[in-house]
Ligand binder design. Structure first.
Ligand code: ADP
Length: 446
């Protein structure tokens, strides 16, 4: 069976209207993907949906078709689609406009970083479908520009991100304001049990769809490997890989914005044309990087997790986790930027010696073994002076602890004078505890 497409079905089988079928044909799609084949029919019937499917399997079209089919041209503000990033708002709007190209429906993106005045003008015209980030949507609602009372269909893309702690309150505020009868669709590539429980608060008897086949969370076309590397060797190893492998378009993920900037600077100094992408950059600059990346003009983009979710850029050949993400689910989304709709891709992760448990947690979640890769021609460097000093200091401390312990042990009375009946079955103390427990207990003096 094809992993992504349902080759036994056509879009016409899904009961779509002529204008939507024309839109889909114009997009060049032949067969629906599995999530589309399974999700579209119940969504067209008006059911609430909780849908899970791997990255790059066409979830946007899976909820986009029901939006375009169910919203009527005489109903402004009829659908609200919430997404976590501005880039995703622009991308999803683009996809919905393509599906609805032969309808008279009007779709607008609403996100922070774009001038209020521009967005006010767009909302004044009474669009049918709004695709937005939660903060700006709430802002526009408060200003009376974006009414909620006509919403018939609400969608949360990347639902696990939308219901995690960062966005949870905003989503609660928006969704609990919808008093009228409405349909709700939630999708993501990862939905933990906890998120599902939260999600169900907003869903009415939902149809649950999971086409991840219950096996692995990542598509088999993505070849995953890890490199064990010391933190001080990461820059050189990355440079080595980029120079020796000459990957096409590479997306390098770092944990912080500072690392993104520092690493981009390092690569540039070494002659690699690298571009940064993170949330502290001006929106114009972010948009420029995105559009150049889409046009295939860039070869290395160093990004924060801003770029981990949903971005659909053709031909990202390599994803490199320069830093492993702390949350294993983020790994799934990051590497999902490559190997989209049936293509091949490579995902490499740098793992420092202390990060074994994190790698195991990722393997457990994805249900994939991420094998080690070695570079015989890469020579690890000496630890920098600061690390050597730290190691020396740690060794000295351990030594000191050992000497103190042995001194305490030899100074203890050899005959046990304590009353063991007071400590039945337990360890019988032979001396009073040190007064301040090495500083761990607060006393009046501290
Ligand atoms: P996901 O949200 O599952 O990560 P997207 O919705 O971003 O995936 O879709 C990935 C890519 O696949 C997009 O470029 C989209 O246009 C394309 N796509 C979607 N459905 C089909 C289809 N049925 N046939 C071919 N390409 C498709």
């Amino acid at each position: 069976m094809d992993e992504v497409y349902d080759t036994s079905a056509t879009f016409a089988d899904l009961g779509l209207s002529d204008p939507v079928l024309r839109g889909i044909r114009e997009m060049g799609f032949e067969h629906p993907t599995h999530i589309q084949a399974v999700m579209v029919p119940p969504a067209l019937d008006g059911s609430d949906i909780l849908g899970q499917s791997k990255t790059g399997t066409g979830k946007t079209v899976a909820f986009g078709i029901p939006i375009i089919e169910r919203v009527k041209t005489d109903s402004p503000f009829a659908s609200l689609c919430l997404v976590p990033t501005r880039e995703l708002a622009i991308q999803v709007t683009h996809e919905l406009r393509n599906i609805g190209r032969f309808t008279d429906l009007h779709v607008v993106p609403i996100y922070g970083g774009q001038r209020m005045k521009v967005q006010n003008e767009k909302l004044k015209r009474g669009p049918h479908i709004i695709v937005g980030t939660p903060g700006r949507v709430m802002d526009m609602h408060r200003r009376g520009r974006l009414p909620y009372e006509h919403i018939q269909l609400a969608v949360l893309d990347e639902v696990d991100r939308m219901l995690d702690i960062g966005f949870r309150d905003d989503i609660r505020q928006i969704l609990s304001t919808l008093q009228q009868d409405h349909q709700t669709i939630f999708v993501s590539a990862t939905i933990s049990r906890e998120i599902e429980t939260l999600a169900r608060h907003y869903l009415n008897n939902p149809v649950k769809i999971d086409v991840s086949e219950g096996k692995s969370l990542t598509v088999s076309q993505v070849h995953q490997r890890h490199f064990t590397v010391q933190p001080w060797d990461k820059n050189r190893l990355l440079l080595h890989l980029l120079k020796n492998e000459e990957p096409a378009l590479t997306l390098v993920f770092c944990r912080t914005k500072q690392t993104v900037d520092a690493l981009t600077g390092y690569l540039k100094r070494k002659g690699i044309s690298a571009h940064a992408m993170h949330g502290d950059m001006y929106q114009n600059k972010r948009n420029r990087v995105m559009s150049r990346m889409r046009k295939g003009e860039l070869s290395v983009v160093v990004a924060s997790d801003l770029a981990a979710r949903g971005l659909d850029v053709d031909d990202i050949s390599h994803v490199i986790n320069y830093d492993l993400p702390e949350d294993p689910e983020v790994y799934v989304h990051r590497i999902g930027r490559t190997a989209r709709v049936g293509k091949d891709g490579i995902a490499w992760s740098f793992v420092t010696p202390e990060q074994g448990a994190l790698l195991t947690a990722i393997e457990k979640l994805t249900n994939v073994e991420i094998l080690a890769s070695e570079y015989s021609d890469f020579k690890p460097g000496e630890p920098p002076a600061a690390v050597l000093n730290q190691q020396k200091e740690e060794a000295r401390r351990q030594d000191e602890i050992r000497t103190t312990h042995s001194r305490v042990r030899t100074s203890l009375p050899t005959t046990d004078t304590s009353d063991s009946s007071k400590f039945p079955g337990g360890q019988v103390p032979v001396a009073l505890p040190r007064k301040r427990m090495g500083g761990r207990i607060r006393t009046k003096r501290s």
